[in-house]
Design a protein around this ligand. Sequence first.
Ligand SMILES: Nc1ncnc2c1ncn2[C@@H]1O[C@H](COP(=O)(O)OP(=O)(O)OP(=O)(O)O)[C@@H](O)[C@H]1O
Ligand code: SF4
Ligand SMILES: [Mg+2]
Length: 354
Amino acid sequence: MRARAIRDSANGLTRASTPAPLKPTAVPLLNVQDLRTHFHTRNGIYRAVDGVSFSVERGETLGIVGESGSGKSVTCYSIMGLIPQPPGRIVSGTALFDGIDLLNCSPRQARSIRGKRVSMIFQDPMTSLNPFLRVSEQIIEPLLIHENISRPDALERALTMLEAVGINDAAKRIHYYPHEFSGGMRQRVMIAMALITKPELLIADEPTTALDVTVQAQILELIGKMQRELGMAVIFITHDLGVVSGLCDRVQVMYAGRIVETADTRTLFKTPRHPYTRALQRSIPALQSKGAELYTIPGLPPDVSKNIPGCAFAPRCEFATDLCTAANPELVAIDATHAQACLRVQANETLACS
Ligand SMILES: Nc1ncnc2c1ncn2[C@@H]1O[C@H](COP(=O)(O)OP(=O)(O)OP(=O)(O)O)[C@@H](O)[C@H]1O
Ligand code: SF4
Ligand SMILES: [Mg+2]
């Protein structure tokens, strides 16, 4: 990770102190273009992800931030082949991983990448842990599937990995069932499962939201440590902009199924341009002045099954004018590493907070 974390001891917030300027490479590890994933339900078509493009470089940490329902998980589930079809449908897009399009390759090719070269950890460990199987069986499964390895050797690797993620007395506990672990320990087991094949890309979907603050910090540190050791890229999904500041090299902000701003972490925190990013930043409790009333973004995210004319943030945006409903804002580059999708910013208007 290029961004170094400085812990703000007063509030536990971490900040990026040395972001290196981004140098996009000709062939990134992951390159997603125009991804659209919709859900066809009795109540209408939910455009959960609606034209998302981004890339991830080798070894980089990309944060994906946005309120609940903005399409963060659906973006990553689409890449991982985890969208239930029906009701889901990947309407368009490509997701090139090391040159192979995960959305349009053969099932055999996809299997050789997903779960081995790309793996995922979830907010709720029970999503990926089977309550009826001992941890030992579950943790060696990806090795037995993807590598030509004997069972004893796989168990040995599993044990080493459990120790690496901080499971005490791993030789005994590897034979436990998931319910015999605490929440934080289950999260560690899931991380061990995701990392055992030494993936090149780890997708971490809100891996700490359900945990208390101390365990949260330990898990984040663990992911950072494993990332440094394995040299892998990480996509880190969270609704908490405060969390990404110390963890991520780059951040992309999602709203209503689209990316509304993307930049390296320092730029995003120092000079956010899109009003939604500014509002998210304003709502980080640790950045609010002592004694002041806590700021929250007014209103709610839009219903993505409805046709939204113009900017989807307009009903909640303090800067909205008639211009904002006239056109659908596209993500436009400010410079090589910073892009945003506000029509008024694109018209070079200065948006001063009230
Ligand atoms: N199985 C489904 N059926 C219908 N709609 C769905 C389904 N899964 C997701 N959606 C739609 O996709 C939208 C985006 O969901 P997603 O899970 O990606 O949000 P998110 O940004 O990850 O939110 P959160 O922070 O709550 O996890 C939801 O608001 C919902 O409208
Ligand atoms: S386009 Fe208009 S409504 Fe949308 S973020 Fe910009 S100012 Fe706000
Ligand atoms: Mg989610």
